[in-house]
Write a protein that binds this ligand. Sequence first.
Ligand SMILES: NC(=O)c1ccc[n+]([C@@H]2O[C@H](COP(=O)([O-])OP(=O)(O)OC[C@H]3O[C@@H](n4cnc5c(N)ncnc54)[C@H](O)[C@@H]3O)[C@@H](O)[C@H]2O)c1
Length: 127
Amino acid sequence: MRVKNKIALITGGTRGIGAESAKLLAKEGATVIVVDVLDDEGQLLVEEIGRGAVYYHLDVSKPAEWEIVCEDIVNHFGRLDIVFNNAGVSGFEPGLGLGPQDPEHVSLEDWHYVVVPEEPEKATYPV
Ligand SMILES: NC(=O)c1ccc[n+]([C@@H]2O[C@H](COP(=O)([O-])OP(=O)(O)OC[C@H]3O[C@@H](n4cnc5c(N)ncnc54)[C@H](O)[C@@H]3O)[C@@H](O)[C@H]2O)c1
């Protein structure tokens, strides 16, 4: 991989595919910025990664949080080279308290939780 000295942001980077990607990017020489809503786990992960890795709290469904974090990244790192937009929910995660996810039984509220950002008017795709 040609990511040496790149600044890479991984959303939902605290666990699963995001965490493994963060470790791999760091191993290949990138500086990784992990963002997630699981703050304790995120902090532990960047400590484990080392190599200048940093963690920010960022709920990707909230445009205002993106603005704050991006401004801080630009101020601190001067640029952002890579974004792995990995964060997401399937609706099946334990603890979310959502009901059935099949199209015949899912409630509109649960559907919106999974697919629509909190401020849909600011989304970059039609909702
Ligand atoms: N694992 C699979 O088989 C599979 C299949 C299809 C799609 N995906 C998608 O790939 C991505 C990673 O999958 P995974 O298995 O590692 O999932 P995971 O649930 O282990 O990790 C997802 C991460 O995203 C974070 N996250 C969720 N909502 C967030 C939000 N609003 N803001 C910031 N962070 C948020 C979670 O806290 C978690 O750390 C997800 O988007 C998932 O939906 C996974």
